[in-house]
Design a protein around this ligand. Structure first.
Ligand SMILES: [Zn+2]
Length: 297
């Protein structure tokens, strides 16, 4: 691809306000001199952002099954997804070749990269950011219940996910982390292009395996909460017999699987409606070399 423009999307979820603030600051610093790579910025879901809610009709970050999308849908987010692709998609009016979608989580995940599927361009960009910042990579794939992610509508794209922070709550430390990452993107890509970066041979990724719901009673109500020993322990391995949930009487539900798993999005507030108490991953090392980036530019 001929890389010319990077699209930075914030406010894809309207109640994740720190990325929007960070992008506004970032725009003030942008210089337009000598730009071989240009940034474009947009608020993903402006109406939801204005109202301080995650979405209006449906989750925008599950609405990018663009080929299947009805062109005159009554669902605000479907129309918005179509608009964003029409405007900034590779064949759009202002074509962008990379999309970076900025999100926050209420889970204690720190800063991480989320990628969807195994596209070589995504691996390249993820490796570049991991090389620079040492960030963990969560590879989301093969989850039929969750599809239509924004970045999948571009030939290359990643989510930067930072937490923990409450929804609709400004945290300058979180804002600063976003600023550092998006400000460095262009430089890092240029360094890679000029062969100034040697990427590591093995890329460790946390591959999505599934999600675990809260224990529920026969009426479907949550009957036990995340175990105190599991709270805020994202990325920490869970082995057979380790505690997962505890009910009000102090009864513990343990993990009974044979394989060690690594949890993410533990207790994420926005995932309660998706019946997810946490998702879990396994570690995989991807063979890697700079060659994987050959078709990046
Ligand atoms: Zn989000």
């Amino acid at each position: 691809m001929t890389l010319k423009k990077i699209l930075i999307v914030s406010g894809t979820h309207g109640n994740e306000i720190n990325p929007v603030w960070a992008v506004n600051q970032f725009k003030k610093q942008l210089s337009t001199i000598d730009e071989n790579i240009e940034y474009k910025t947009i608020i993903g879901n402006p109406l939801a952002y204005e109202r301080g809610c995650r979405y209006i009709d449906s989750d925008l970050n599950r609405s990018f099954n663009v080929k299947k999308n009805n062109l005159d849908s009554k669902i605000y987010e479907i129309n918005r997804a179509n608009f964003l692709v029409k405007k900034f998609g590779v064949n759009g009016i202002e074509p962008c070749q990379i999309a970076i979608d900025l999100h926050t989580t209420t889970a204690n995940m720190g800063t991480s990269i989320v990628m969807y599927g195994r596209r070589s361009k995504d691996f390249c960009l993820a490796a570049l950011l991991q090389h620079k910042f040492g960030l963990p990579i969560y590879l989301h794939e093969k989850d039929e219940k969750q599809t239509g992610f924004l970045v999948e509508a571009w030939p290359c794209g990643l989510v930067i996910e930072i937490g923990s922070v409450a929804q609709n709550y400004y945290d300058p430390k979180i804002i600063n982390k976003f600023l550092i990452i998006i400000s460095s993107l262009k430089n890092e890509i240029n360094k890679l292009k000029n062969n100034q970066i040697k990427l590591p041979k093995g890329l460790t990724v946390y591959v999505h395996q599934g999600s675990i719901d809260y224990p529920r009673d026969k009426n479907g109500n949550i009957s036990a909460l995340i175990h105190p020993k599991r709270m805020n322990k994202d990325w920490n391995p869970i082995k057979k017999g380790d505690p997962l949930f505890m009910d009000v009487a102090g009864n513990t539900q343990i993990y009974t699987g044979e394989d060690t798993i690594w949890p993410v999005f533990i207790g994420e507030v926005a995932y309660k409606e998706k019946n997810i108490a946490m998702s879990y991953t396994k570690k995989e090392v991807i063979n890697f070399s700079n060659q994987i980036c050959d078709d990046f530019f």
